[in-house]
Design a protein around this ligand. Structure first.
Ligand code: GUN
Length: 285
C-alpha cells in the first residue's frame, strides 16, 4: 500500500511551532520578524503565490510588507527599493517574486539583496554556503522536501536519488541537500539520454519539470519514493503535478499529491527562514 505524504499536516505542524517561537521571540527577546515581498507586474500565478505568502505570514505573527510595482518599472528603481529595504531595521527578509519581466536582470536584482535578508537563499553567497554545507538559509522548496522525507522517516543515506530538473530554485540545491545527507545523486534534464531508464533506478525520484504527467508508471521502480514538485494545469484545467499520480501511486511506497504535497512546505520554510533572519539580525545589531 502506498503512503500518501501529507504536506499540509507537516506544514501545519511547522507553522504552529513557528507561531509559538515567534510569540516567545516577541515577548522575551523583543524580536518582531518581518518580511518584505516585492511583486513586479500582474502575472496571475505570481499574485496567488504572493497572497498565500502574505496570509501565511500574518497567521503566525510575521509582519509582511507588500510592494506591488508596475511591469515597466526600471531596474534602477527596483534596485533602489531593495537598497532601502536592505537598510530598514524593521525588515528582516526580502523576497522578489520570480519570474521578473524580461527587461529586468534577475541575477543583478537578486545579488542586490543583502545576503542576511535573502530568505529565498538565491544570492550567490547563500548558494555558495549551500554547496559547502555551512548555511543559514535553505532554499524553500528543497528544504521543504527534506522536511517531508524526515517527517516520514524515509532513509536517505546511500539511496539513489534522481532529480528531474536542473533549475537554480529546485534541481541544483535539491541535489546538494541530498548529497549532504549521503544520497547518491543523479540530476537529469532536457538533454539527458535514457531518462526513463535512469529514473527507473531511483530509490527517491524528484520531479521538477513543469509538465503534467511527465513521469509515467513505467519510469518508476517498485517501492520508490516519488516527490512531485510540479504545479501544472491539465487539459481540463485541473491543478496537477509532473507525475501521473493515479498510476504511479500503485508502484511507489510513498508519493506526494498535488495539491497538498510539496507546495504547502515551500511557504512554511519561507516563514522559518524569515524567523532565522530576524534572529541573525538581532545578533548583528
Ligand atoms: N517563483 C516561483 N517560486 C519562487 C520562489 O520560491 N521564490 C521566489 N522569489 N519566486 C518564485
Amino acid at each position: 500500500m502506498v503512503n500518501i505524504i501529507n504536506g499540509k499536516d507537516v506544514s501545519n505542524n511547522l507553522r504552529n511551532n513557528l507561531k509559538d517561537k515567534i510569540s516567545q521571540l516577541k515577548s522575551i527577546n523583543n524580536i518582531h520578524p518581518s518580511l518584505a515581498v516585492i511583486i513586479v507586474g500582474d502575472d496571475p500565478a505570481s499574485k496567488i503565490y504572493v497572497n498565500n505568502k502574505k496570509k501565511a505570514c500574518e497567521e503566525i505573527g510575521i509582519k509582511s510588507h507588500e510592494f506591488v510595482l508596475p511591469s515597466d518599472i526600471s531596474e534602477y528603481k527596483l534596485l533602489q527599493l531593495i537598497e532601502e529595504l536592505n537598510c530598514r531595521d524593521d525588515v528582516n527578509g526580502i523576497l522578489v517574486q520570480l519570474p521578473l519581466p524580461s527587461h529586468l536582470n534577475e541575477k543583478a536584482i537578486i545579488e542586490h539583496i543583502n545576503p542576511i535578508k535573502d530568505v529565498d537563499a538565491f544570492h550567490e553567497i547563500n548558494v555558495g554556503k549551500i554547496m559547502t554545507g555551512n548555511f543559514e538559509f535553505l532554499p524553500c522548496t528543497p528544504a521543504g522536501i527534506m522536511q517531508l522525507l524526515d517527517d516520514y522517516n524515509i532513509d536517505i543515506a546511500g539511496k539513489h536519488c534522481v532529480i528531474i530538473g536542473r533549475s537554480n530554485i529546485v534541481g541544483k540545491p535539491m541535489a546538494m541537500l541530498m548529497l549532504h545527507r549521503d544520497a547518491t545523486v543523479t540530476i537529469c534534464h532536457s538533454k539527458t539520454q535514457n531518462l526513463s531508464e535512469i529514473c527507473k533506478t531511483a530509490d527517491i525520484l524528484i520531479a521538477a519539470v513543469g509538465q503534467a504527467n511527465f513521469v509515467t508508471a513505467d519510469m518508476v521502480k517498485n517501492g520508490a519514493v516519488v516527490i512531485d514538485v510540479g504545479i501544472n494545469r491539465n487539459e481540463a484545467g485541473k491543478l496537477c503535478g509532473d507525475v501521473d499520480f493515479e498510476r504511479v501511486k500503485d508502484i511507489a511506497s510513498y508519493i506526494t499529491p498535488v495539491p497538498g504535497g510539496v507546495g504547502p512546505m515551500t511557504i512554511a520554510i519561507l516563514m522559518k527562514n524569515t524567523v532565522t533572519a530576524a534572529i541573525l539580525q538581532s545578533k548583528n545589531n
